[in-house]
Design a protein around this ligand. Structure first.
Ligand code: AKB
Length: 315
């Protein structure tokens, strides 16, 4: 990766990935883009930043040419709960943006990354040790766009030789930027509320297991996958990745080790609960480990220690 363009750079992944890429590859080699331009963000104020609506193919192409980009990291997308509320917008943005990004990557021979999600699976997918290659019949619009996106990545790789790379991200937990409208967001909210109020009412029910990962592991794995030799990557649609499979009560128990009077209650949101129940409990990540050395460092214990420490520092 020499000259990298990122879309959705002000989002949950983008705002941390942009800063890390600037540190590793040099600020002059990272072009951050987003549809918004908040001025109080380091992403905007401390490096190259360009406004970009990913449905605008001509502007995307101009930026790739102007900055002589060789690597495209496409993050701009609506998350699961918002996509369920606005399915047409989700299709237009998630698929339109991805198609534009793949086209520009084909035309300019760019190495390409975009995240898929555990949302690309559905209720008929095996729930435990979910295989790398398995049934993908999602029942959410988010999932429909993610599985279609995986197929498009495969197609652009096979048909045009585009160097497509992707992972199926689980819920990502971070102290730096809040997620925007996902089903796994409870696992972020719970830490904020634990510190502020010593209690949390979870919108996901007790016993609902989902895969999760701490953001530093997610950032590191994107760089690792992008730096991996192309000939080692057998899966060009997306790799299963996960660092832990947890339910709300597991996080609560871990938080109680630091905040003994923390109390977890439940105020279940039927829409997000329905989405969560259609997703796997725990993915099999063998292919990612074998083909490019995926190795997350944070388990629930380490993540909880760090989340609480960092959030305390922030406030
Ligand atoms: C969401 O909940 O929508 C995302 C995801 C798992 O893709 N965090």
């Amino acid at each position: 990766m020499k000259k990298i363009l990122i879309t959705g750079a002000l989002g949950q992944i983008g705002s941390e990935l942009t800063l890390k890429l600037r540190e590793v590859y040099g600020a002059e080699n990272v072009v951050a883009t987003d549809i918004k331009t908040p001025q109080n963000s380091k992403v905007v104020s401390e490096g190259i930043f360009e406004q970009l609506d990913v449905t605008d193919a001509a502007r995307m192409n101009d930026l790739v040419e102007t900055y002589d980009v060789d690597t495209f990291i496409h993050l701009a997308a609506l998350l699961s709960a918002v996509a369920e509320a606005k399915p047409k917008l989700a299709w237009d943005l998630n698929m339109g943006g991805l198609l534009n990004a793949l086209e520009v990557s084909r035309e300019h021979d760019l190495t390409f990354f975009t995240p898929s999600s555990i949302g690309a699976f559905g209720p008929t997918t095996p729930k435990d040790q979910t295989p790398q290659v398995t049934i993908q019949r999602p029942t959410t619009m988010y999932g429909v766009t993610k599985v279609s996106g995986e197929l498009l990545c495969d197609y652009y790789h096979q048909k045009f030789g585009v160097d497509t790379r992707s992972v199926r991200f689980p819920g990502l937990i971070s102290y730096a930027t809040l997620p925007g409208g996902g089903t796994t967001d409870y696992a972020v909210d719970i830490y904020y509320e634990a510190l502020a109020n010593h209690s949390y009412a979870s919108f996901i029910a007790e016993g609902t297991y989902m895969d999760m990962m701490y953001m530093p592991d997610a950032i590191e794995l994107i760089i690792k996958l992008m730096e991996a030799p192309a000939d080692k990557l057998l899966n060009r649609n997306a790799y299963n990745v996960s660092a832990m499979s947890i339910a709300p009560e597991d996080i609560a128990q871990e938080i109680q080790k630091h905040i003994p009077d923390f109390e977890l209650s439940y105020d279940v949101d039927p829409v997000r609960q329905h989405i969560a129940e259609s997703w796997p409990n725990a993915l099999d990540t063998t292919s990612a480990k074998e083909e490019w050395g995926f190795s997350p460092k944070y388990d629930l214990k380490k993540m909880t220690e760090d989340m609480l420490k960092q959030l305390k520092k922030k406030n």
